[in-house]
Ligand binder design. Structure first.
Ligand SMILES: Cc1cc2nc3c(=O)[nH]c(=O)nc-3n(C[C@H](O)[C@H](O)[C@H](O)COP(=O)(O)O)c2cc1C
Length: 157
């Protein structure tokens, strides 16, 4: 079985966890990104990113490895945008034929609820077996991240 941890991260939370998960699993690590970055101004960034997620947009992305078909177990990481997966992750799921090979998901929120995001992903990913909801480093809830992440890694090992 070849495992890959694939993630999108705008401000580094998902990236940090992805690195740790990949290291603990001995999995390959890949970062996907928007081909066209979000606007720089914070308000515009929130608005554009939030709208893209709300409407299930699939903006062009880069960073997906050419040999993506080689990986039969994909662990996917996403920030929560407007209660849902970040838009680059929509693109990855819809356009790269990977949906049935994603068996674990980790999400990061600013402290809000991850349930709606996980519920939406569960509908799209029929082999999803493990998921964990983590909180931004600036949130009070971040204190539980370490323990949750360790349990998540144990579940998928
Ligand atoms: C466009 C946008 C929308 C967001 N929407 C939410 C939200 O609905 N609920 C929430 O708790 N946090 C929300 N956040 C905060 C991020 O989910 C949170 O900061 C997360 O840790 C970011 O992960 P990252 O550092 O890997 O990018 C939003 C952030 C952005 C940029």
């Amino acid at each position: 079985m070849s495992k890959a941890v694939i993630y999108y991260s705008l401000t580094g939370n998902t990236k940090e966890a992805a690195k740790e998960i990949a290291r603990k699993l001995g999995a390959k690590l890949f970062e996907i990104d928007l081909a066209k970055p979000l606007p720089r101004k914070p308000a515009a960034k929130m608005l554009v990113g939030g709208m893209q997620s709300t409407f299930g947009r699939t903006p062009k992305i880069k960073g997906v490895p050419d040999n993506i078909d080689y990986y039969d177990e994909i662990i996917l990481g996403t920030p929560i945008w407007a209660g849902l997966p970040a838009s680059p992750v929509n693109t990855f799921i819809k356009k790269y034929g990977v949906a049935d090979r994603i068996n674990a998901v980790f999400t990061f929120s600013g402290g809000g609820d991850n349930d709606r995001c996980i519920a939406q992903l569960s509908k799209k990913l029929k082999n999803l077996k493990s998921e964990v909801a983590l909180a931004d480093r600036h949130s009070d809830k971040a204190k539980d991240n370490k323990e949750k992440l360790e349990q998540f890694v144990k579940d998928i090992k």
